[in-house]
Every structure is written in C-alpha cells, then in structure tokens.
Design a protein around this ligand. Sequence first.
Ligand code: FAD
Ligand code: MG
Length: 326
Amino acid sequence: MIKKALSIILSVIMLLLCFGCNTGERVFSKTFFAMDTMMKITLYDVDEVMANQLFSICYDEILREENLFSVNIAASDISRINASKGDNVTLSQETVLIIKKAVSLSKLTDGAFDITVYPVVKLWGFYGNEYSIPESDDIIKALGFTGSKNIEFLGNSVRMPKNSGIDLGAIAKGYLGDRLKSIIKENGVESAVISLGGNITLIGDKPNGEPWSVAIKSPFSQNEFIYEFLISGDLSVVTSGAYERYFEKNGKIYHHIIDPDTGYPAESDLASVTVIGEDGAICDALSTALFVMGKEEALTFLSQREEISYVLVSNGGEITKSENLS
Ligand code: FAD
Ligand code: MG
C-alpha cells in the first residue's frame, strides 16, 4: 500500500506553473485516478456547466481506453491477446491501429521501445506490484517470446504465439493525451492542461496568450524541479525515468523500464528523458526508448530528427536539451 502510494506520488513528475491565471478567469480542474495514475484536467475560460460536461466525457474516454488497453483487465483487447495462446483475436480497429503504430516506433528505435516486452515485465512482477528478481534462465526463455515479428496482423485481428504478449504501458497514456486533447478542442476549449502522471498535454496557450511554463521534476529529489522551459501550442511533454516505478532488493534498485535486448532493467546513464512534440503517443514511446538507449545513442538518434524537442538528465545531473527550448 505504501509502495503504491509512493508510486502515485512519484508518477506526478511535472508541475505546470500557470503564472497569471486566476480563478476569476473561469478555471476548472478535475482529478481522476485511472491506469494506476493520478490524472488531472484543467480547463481555462469555460463556464462551469460546460466544464462539468467535458470532465464527464473525458472520464468516460479514460475508462474506455483503460478497458481496451489494460493488461490488468481480463476482458481488455490486450489481455485477450495475452491469454490467446496462439489463437486469432479480433480487436477494435483502434487497438489494431495503436499496435501498428507501436510496431513502427519499435522499428524506428531499433527495438529499444518494444511492446512485446510483456513476458519479461511480467516475470519481474511489475503488473501486480508483486516484485521478484527472476532467474536468468527464465529471462532468457521469456526473451525468446519477444519481438515485433511475433505480431501477425489479419485485418482487425492479431495472432501471437503462445507465451508472447503485448504491453502498451509505455505508449497508451501518450495516446490518451492525444484523444483527450481532440475531445476538449472539439468542444471549443482553447486553453487546457491534461496531466496524466508523467505525461502532460497542453492545448493552446495560457488564457492571457502567454506560453506555458513547464517544470521537469528532479529525478534526484521528490520536491524539486530540475529544468523549466516555456512552450506554446498543442504539445505533449512526456517524461520517463527509472524513479517512476521500482523495487529495492539487497540495496539494489530494479526499475520498470526494461532493456528488450537483455530482459533486465535498462542500465541507462540517463536519470530521466523528456520528449516534447505534437503527437503524445510518439513522445511517450520515444521517452521510454531514449531512456533505454542511454545518452550517447539517444543523442545520435535525436541528431537525425530535428523535429523532436527533448531534455535529457544524466545520472550525474547534467542537462542536455534541444536548442529550441528556452
Ligand atoms: P514509460 O517509460 O512510458 O513506460 C514504462 C512501462 O512500459 C513499464 O512499466 C512497462 O510496463 C513497459 N515497458 C518497459 N520497458 C519497455 C520497453 N523497453 N518498451 C516498451 N514498453 C516497455 N499499473 C498498475 O500497477 N495497475 C494497473 O491497474 C494499471 N493499469 C494500467 C492501464 C493502462 C491502460 C496503462 C497504459 C497503464 C496501466 N498501469 C497500471 C501502468 C502504470 O500506469 C505504469 O506505471 C505506466 O504505464 C508506465 O508509464 P510511465 O510513463 O511511468 O513509463
Ligand atoms: Mg513512455
């Protein structure tokens, strides 16, 4: 219980500082708990009735996606794949699309982001918070069932071999941010902040027209921030870090971001990775992948993709950021 509470607190890794907004400007916020994460939506310059209607629509969307994508809900699309033992599983079109997007991001990152890491994450006990250090033979066995090549698409169904499976934990919250952004914008709101644990999605600018100020939480100290920057427009800011979810055994920390090559928690020289961009799902997948890659490989990857904004915090506290951030 204490571990769970700690993980919830740690998952709130970024704070939006809304200078210049005051409650007289018709600001409404609502907090939700779903996907084992605290979520908060703040709408600016709306009336109360509209705000409450939108909160209700957004919460329905959050639950709808949790019911499709969770590995912990037996009837979800993803759990049905994971229990399928080699059979064809018919899925919603939306699930097929997010799996396809994840597979292409896996290729882009040379497998550093890999949703088929499911059997390995399960071995480490990260799904039920029943952590244990697996035997190395079991890790090698589980790695034999990973890899995107194991996902076979047949129209709106997917087939995976027995013991293989899918985990959308490193992309689904980013995707959810995109969905909530569309819903809120379609309803005419021009200024909003969607906070889903370590993921932030922004709509427009602050109501006074100024850019948002985003602060990244320090990976080294719970109540401090390590870097702050200004951004405007419909952007997502997604952070991955080893300190988000972990357990400790014999003085060693075992965190939840797995290196798909080794099956062990990634031995990264990065303490946290923040990716900023228009597509929250891509930002989410890339923040996990860049963490796995480590600083040198991450910077090589990023040097070929100038459209991606980023903040890398190394284990020593050094900050490396894209030039466009101020
Ligand atoms: P990210 O870095 O974005 O993702 C890390 C997560 O992705 C890991 O926890 C693992 O699941 C997976 N992963 C690890 N390595 C890799 C890799 N190399 N490539 C791809 N994926 C990898 N948690 C619970 O305890 N109980 C729940 O009921 C629960 N329900 C959830 C339902 C949904 C739909 C989702 C999306 C998540 C749920 N979670 C639940 C998970 C929880 O919120 C995770 O902590 C979160 O998804 C991890 O996101 P992150 O941003 O911290 O880290
Ligand atoms: Mg991620």
